[in-house]
Design a protein around this ligand. Structure first.
Ligand code: ADP
Ligand code: ASP
Ligand code: MG
Length: 412
């Protein structure tokens, strides 16, 4: 039988009533003749609560136990979804990651899927099961411990299952009806896109648009999974939602297709480091070893052999960055006057494959921010994106100003 993967995010399974609504939608696809793999998230708010409990119990927690606790939210919704389907006379059962098994690396709290063995689930499909309800976000390490895939990881579970089982499509049901030109919660002018290219979605996701986890887009691109984002609350038609697809399938071509933001950034400046060969390696080596996710890097002009080095990283990584730099200084590998952490910054980015062939996007972006009196602290660019670091209090204003400047409310 043809197979579909349907993923329901936290808000779509937030109550028993919503689980019933989601189950009905699954029932429709079963009636249409599909076998279905349903991937569920934890009820909305649950994972945050579990993470909070872990941090309160043990601030420098053992990541293996973090995963044991935090993966439990998905176990509950998988069981409840299977029960709901059974009540509707749909042959269904739940699967936890280790039961499938979903084999991952041992990088607890941010593990990567290495393989999904299909025999167990396929065996049950052959015996008449019509729906496999799989707990998203979790797997099992080579050591046999439960792992999780990083926040938002159920999207990745869904795409990985679609690839492993050769599903006809992977539908991501969420609380908005598709991918928008920017977060519809920030700008009322945000416009839903019918299609978006993998590359653009990858940039938007990695720059903060949490509608899809970055890794899920990478996998969809690599394994050519037909990926759709749609609302679990609206009635659906064939053309509902947003299709994430190859660039060639898209007719619409705005130079900029979206604006993304990330609120949880920090700007770190090492004041007065010796400017000598090897200094960047001496700074960023220890940061990488400490697991600090460095994003932007700027080295200032050097005066009398000394310079300032600025980098950005997620707010959560600041204590680790401070510790790593202090240790490198202590060991005599680097020598700086001070490390200044500015934790009140946000990153705002514009993304579009049209930038490859159009000049002037950066100038337009900077002038739009200037018109609102927003000071730019750090800039980075790549082929299809430009990001700036600004004061967090201006973040929403910046997103709206850029959305207006690039006329994203209008389709081209
Ligand atoms: P789920 O629980 O279903 O996984 P998430 O909260 O992880 O849902 O992701 C959906 C949210 O992503 C939306 O509610 C929206 O606020 C946010 N979002 C950010 N950027 C975008 C965008 N460009 N298009 C659509 N949604 C976006
Ligand atoms: N429940 C997990 C989280 O909140 C995974 C997910 O929903 O995708 O991050
Ligand atoms: Mg999500």
């Amino acid at each position: 039988m043809p197979l579909l993967v349907m993923k329901f995010g936290g808000t779509s399974v937030a109550t028993l009533d919503r689980i019933r609504r989601a189950a009905k939608r699954v029932g429709v696809e079963v009636a249409n003749g599909y076998d279905v793999i349903v991937i569920v998230s934890a009820m909305s708010g649950k994972t945050n609560e579990l993470v909070g409990w872990v941090k309160e119990t043990s601030p420098l927690f053992d990541a293996r136990e973090y995963d044991a606790v935090v993966s439990s939210g998905e176990q509950v919704t998988a069981g409840l979804m299977a029960l709901t389907l059974q009540e509707m006379d749909v042959p269904a059962r739940s699967w936890q990651g280790w039961q499938v098994p979903v084999q991952t690396t041992s990088a607890h709290s941010s593990a990567r899927i290495e393989d999904i063995l299909t025999d167990n689930i396929n065996g049950k499909f052959n015996e008449g099961m019509r729906v496999a309800v799989v707990a998203g976000f979790q797997g099992v390490s080579p050591e046999g411990r439960v792992t999780t895939l990083g926040r938002g990881g159920s999207d990745t579970t869904a795409v990985a299952f679609a690839a492993a089982f050769g599903a006809e499509r992977c539908d991501i049901y969420t609380d908005v009806d598709g991918v928008y030109t920017t977060d519809p919660r920030i700008s009322s002018k945000a416009r839903k896109l019918d299609k978006i290219a993998f590359e653009e979605m990858l940039e938007l996701a990695s720059l903060g648009a949490k509608v899809l986890q970055t890794r899920s887009v990478e996998l969809a691109m690599r394994y050519k999974v037909k990926l759709r984002v749609l609302s679990s609350f609206d009635e659906q038609t064939e053309t509902s939602g947003t299709l994430v697809c190859d660039e060639e399938e898209i007719m619409e071509s705005n130079v900029v297709s979206g604006v993304a933001y990330s609120r949880d950034e920090a700007k770190m400046t090492l004041i007065s480091v010796a400017d000598r060969p090897g200094i960047a390696a001496a700074i960023f080596g220890p940061l990488a070893e400490a697991g600090v996710n460095v994003d932007m890097i700027v080295q200032n002009i050097s005066e009398e052999g000394r310079t300032d080095m600025t980098f950005s990283c997620p707010n959560d990584d600041v204590p680790r960055a401070q510790k790593a730099m202090a240790a490198a200084k202590e060991a005599g590998h680097i020598n700086y006057h001070d490390l200044v952490a500015d934790t009140d910054v946000a990153k705002v980015s514009v993304v579009g494959i049209g930038m490859r062939s159009h000049a002037g996007v950066a100038a337009k972006m900077f002038s739009a921010l200037n018109s609102e009196g927003i000071n730019i602290k750090v800039i980075t660019t790549s082929e299809i994106k430009i990001s700036v670091l600004i004061d967090r209090k201006y973040m929403e204003l910046a997103v709206q100003a850029l959305h207006d400047a690039f006329e994203l409310e209008k389709a081209s």
